[in-house]
Design a protein around this ligand. Structure first.
Ligand SMILES: Cc1cc2nc3c(=O)[nH]c(=O)nc-3n(C[C@H](O)[C@H](O)[C@H](O)COP(=O)(O)OP(=O)(O)OC[C@H]3O[C@@H](n4cnc5c(N)ncnc54)[C@H](O)[C@@H]3O)c2cc1C
Length: 309
């Protein structure tokens, strides 16, 4: 990969890291190395990088801040691309705010607030970027971010395309895209709101999360999706799995749908714990849980990783 790094640096203006441990870029603090970890300087830089990767037949994975990612211990082949520098926020009139994929969720809420706009405070406490939130249709309190999105800008096959959200297929914690698609940003339709009211909504949300979701260890938030009409944490509790542990990975004792890194966990520990939870819940309730966390990367080739737990 060192040679490849030199080839890319000929045109690439952003930051490039080789064999970069993904444990540094995920909230679970686990994951093997990405062959390349690239942070393009702007959209042109990103387009050139992807064209170059495509010409070499190298795969890429676009990430936000890694708050919903479990990277396997064998790491990621090809490139991980971070869009954190595409973080623009712009008021384009008539209650519409455009946000770059790398903008922080809370920054968007605060930017809207400064312009007397609201209706999106429910994403204040969801850690991560707009790109990640759109890809996941992140949400809280029964609302999903895509309900506030009017248009999404996607880089597909080297071309920048803009879609009305209705043209895309989405649902609870999912937006279906094509392989290789990169979300560049989105236009949000917001409502005029009293600033004090929005400030209070943000404060309440952050406070609620501090008190209820403070699990005291690294996590990716809810590990499993809530099955229709059910709360995953209740099913996990019903199976007696609160506090269950595999190696350094543990079902949080505070919130049983949070799997946490209680110290020194590997991705393998998380995968084995998740399998144990799914098996236990299926056996007790007949319901098969589905992961909300995105699991990516290669299995570890080292035998010592496989025997733990
Ligand atoms: C403490 C805690 C609380 C949480 N609470 C909530 C909650 O209340 N509600 C909720 O929905 N989630 C919650 N989460 C999960 C997480 O915050 C969200 O899923 C968030 O939207 C992830 O954003 P990210 O930028 O970190 O994305 P990442 O985790 O980096 O990526 C998530 C997925 O999106 C893809 N992706 C990212 N950016 C792009 C892009 N530009 N183009 C194409 N694909 C892209 C990635 O490949 C990956 O598949 C919580 C997590 C934590 C740690």
């Amino acid at each position: 990969m060192a040679g490849i790094g030199e080839d890319i640096r000929v045109f690439f203006r952003g930051e490039l890291l080789l064999d970069e441990p993904m444990s540094r870029h995920t909230s679970l603090k686990v994951g093997g190395p990405a062959e390349l970890f690239a942070t393009p300087a702007d959209t042109d830089d990103l387009q050139q990088l992807l064209a170059w990767l495509r010409s070499r037949g190298l795969p890429w994975l676009v990430v936000g801040k890694g708050y919903n990612l479990l990277v396997r211990d064998g790491g990621i082949r090809g490139a991980v691309v971070s869009l954190e520098r595409l973080d623009s926020l712009e008021l384009v009139g008539d209650g519409v705010v455009r946000a770059g994929a790398g903008a922080d969720n809370l920054e968007l809420v605060r930017f809207a607030l400064e312009h007397g706009l609201g209706g999106i405070a429910f994403i204040s406490g969801i850690p991560g970027t707009i790109g990640g939130a759109i890809r996941m249709n992140a949400g809280a309190y029964g609302e999903g971010i895509l309900e506030r999105v009017e248009r999404i800008v996607i880089l597909r096959g080297g071309e920048v395309m803009e879609f009305c959200v209705e043209q895309l297929d989405y649902g609870y914690r999912r937006l279906d895209l094509q392989e290789g698609d990169v979300i560049l940003g989105a236009a949000f339709r917001l409502e005029e709101r009293d600033q004090a009211e929005t400030e209070e909504a943000i404060r309440r949300d952050l406070e609620l999360r501090r008190s209820k979701h403070n699990v005291g260890h690294p996590s990716a938030g809810s590990f499993f999706k809530n099955p229709p009409g059910q709360a995953a944490w209740r099913l996990i509790d019903a199976a007696g799995l609160r506090g269950e542990r595999v190696g350094g990975a543990q079902v949080s004792t505070v919130h049983s749908n949070f799997l946490v890194n209680a110290g020194g966990a590997t991705a393998g520990d998380f995968l084995r714990l998740a399998a144990r939870v799914k098996e236990g819940v299926l056996g007790t309730t007949g319901i098969l849980l589905e992961e909300e966390v995105r699991i990516v990367g290669e299995d570890c080739c080292h035998s010592e990783c496989e025997v733990r737990g």
